[in-house]
Design a binder for this molecule. Structure first.
Ligand code: GLC
Ligand code: CA
Length: 546
């Protein structure tokens, strides 16, 4: 890429799920001091930036996505001073820092919500949230039929009879983004952290801020999926056009600060062109590519989603991003390690179908990493993905903490299986996640098999997932063809993807059942597995110099 292009056009951003990354004080919960102690690891991995899941003061009803005070760090994680030290040390290591901001809702312990409860129906304090009378004779029915993403109704009734809206847990009341206080407050919070040196924000539920003024019922439909299309794009609470005015104002705030600050939107939309609306030149810089994340291991579908993403995002001048896993979805070696190739729908309960072939899933994950990191644009790596961690599917019920588990009436186990603390070293739990002899157990138990997947176990093993990610990230930095730019597809047999980047770079991925003879090339720069007589085995990928 050209050296004048802003860094975020092709950054590799590592997601730090702070609770589960590294625990420095031994209470079993990851913290800022833990992240600071692992900066050398992140530097040696070769990432450009870290996105840190919410670290603000929070009762942790949804593990930090219920924020009580955006200008305080939760004491479990540290202090504002420690956050400042982390930002400084990360910058010194050449790593940028992107915290999470949560504008759709706050904690029920936030001062505004407490004031709203105290002030009573009809008060200006309640106007910052979405309070309504109920329906039915005594108002005993919720104001409409909207559902919480974690299960159950999106409304909770107070003793005074009013109901308030929460698209997530009852501890996460939705803010009223039509209220000027709400807009001013968030712009001020952005400035608070920009002044402390953060390089941008990941915007939680960016597609949810604006609600239809009349809060109409959703049309009746099958299934529990609150993100599914409801016929037409005029969804009463997702992806309404009004959100863009909010983000244009945020862009102006970011532009007040020196350096290239950037936003990345968590925006679930029904169609790629709706996603492109978020990243127009006067709006946000980037958005997660969930269409890519949800695509099964299938050559035709992958090629389609890659082309559509590049075309639609490119049409507004925005770079594409690529992501395989995050803290909300089943880890991809476990998704790819099942026979059933299934298109998966946003927020759908992902129930593993059929037996897991983890060897197959891991082989595919290695190839998927080379494909993702060869594509034009930016990429996200979810902590532990570089170790090949699978989903932990057998967490005992009594340790489950995701609100989804309770709210779904124990039908959906939720997202804890991808949030198990990282194994760093050692022979037994906590595998270096907490210091030796720590008082607290890791907040979720680590499986004994993770001994072999720890960072220390993979260091020095040339064939490890960690070695593959390190090499790929180094090449991606050094090779002039990688990062921002364009691609061309080369002819290849069915089930094989061959994409060319200029100058002189080819990525080939074999998703077919037959070995594939590599096309003419000068050098094999990197392969996801051993090449037998110049042939790529099924579920293998290679980077070639031409
Ligand atoms: C986003 C987060 C998820 C959280 C939800 C509510 O989808 O990624 O973890 O539960 O928003 O804030
Ligand atoms: Ca801790």
């Amino acid at each position: 890429m050209s050296s004048t292009a802003p860094w975020w056009r092709d950054a590799v951003i590592y997601q730090v799920y702070i609770r589960s990354f590294a625990d420095a004080n031994g209470d079993g919960i990851g913290d800022i001091a833990g992240i600071r102690s692992r900066l050398p690891y992140l530097k040696s991995l070769g990432v450009d930036a870290i996105w840190i899941n919410p670290w603000y003061k929070s009762p942790q009803a949804d593990h930090g996505y219920d924020v009580a005070d955006f200008r305080e760090i939760d004491p479990r994680f540290g202090t504002v001073e420690e956050a400042e030290a982390l930002i400084e040390e990360a910058h010194a290591a050449g790593i940028r820092v992107i915290p999470d901001i949560v504008p759709n809702h706050v904690s029920d312990q936030h001062v505004w919500f407490r004031a709203a409860l105290a002030a009573g129906p009809g008060s200006p304090e309640r106007d910052r949230f979405i309070f309504r009378p109920g329906r039915g004779a005594d108002g005993a029915e919720p104001p409409n039929n909207w559902k919480s993403c974690f299960g159950g109704p999106a409304w909770t009734r107070l003793p005074d009879g009013q109901w308030y809206l929460h698209l997530f847990a009852p501890e996460q009341p939705d803010l009223n983004w039509e209220h000027p206080d709400v807009r001013a407050e968030f712009e001020d919070i952005l400035r608070f952290w920009f002044r402390r040196g953060v390089d941008g924000f990941r915007i939680d539920v960016a597609h949810g801020l604006i609600k239809h003024p009349e809060l109409p019922d959703l049309p009746a439909r099958e299934g529990p999926d609150p993100l599914a299309p409801h016929g037409g794009l005029d969804h009463p609470h997702w992806d309404r056009d009004g959100v863009h005015e909010v983000f244009r104002a945020w862009r102006r705030v970011a532009d007040e600060f020196p350096g290239d600050r950037k936003f990345v939107a968590e925006a679930w939309t029904q169609a790629p062109d709706r996603l492109a609306n978020y990243v127009r030149p006067d709006g946000l810089h980037t958005a997660f590519n969930f269409d890519y994340l949800m695509t099964p291991w299938d050559a035709k579908e992958l090629r389609e989603v890659i082309d559509t993403s590049l075309a639609t995002l490119g049409s507004v001048g925005a770079p594409a991003t690529w992501v395989l896993s995050n803290h909300d979805v089943v880890r991809h070696p476990s998704r790819f390690g099942r026979k059933v190739v299934k298109k998966w729908v946003a927020n759908e309960v992902y129930r593993p179908e059929g037996p897991l072939d983890l060897e197959l899933g891991t082989r595919r994950a290695r190839a998927a990493a080379l494909l993702m990191l060869s594509l034009p644009g930016g990429a996200y790596i979810y902590q532990g993905e570089e170790l090949g961690l699978p989903e932990v599917e057998d967490l005992p019920e009594e340790v489950l903490q995701d609100p989804t588990w309770e709210r779904s009436g124990h039908t959906d186990r939720g997202r804890d299986g991808c949030r198990v603390p990282i194994p760093w070293s050692g022979e037994r739990a906590p595998y270096g996640f907490s210091p030796d002899g720590a008082a607290g157990e890791p907040w979720l138990p680590q499986p004994p098999e993770w001994r072999e997947l720890s960072v220390a176990a993979q260091e020095g093993d040339e064939d490890s997932m960690l070695a593959l990610y390190r090499r790929a990230l180094r090449l991606r930095r050094d090779h002039p063809a990688l990062g921002d730019g364009t691609l061309t597809w080369l002819d290849a047999p069915e089930g094989v993807l061959a994409l060319r980047r200029e100058p002189g770079f080819l990525c080939v991925v074999n998703l077919s059942a037959e070995p594939y003879a590599l096309p003419a090339h000068k050098d094999v720069l990197l392969a996801s597995g051993p090449l037998a007589d110049g042939r790529l085995a099924p579920d293998q990928a290679a980077w070639l110099a031409l």
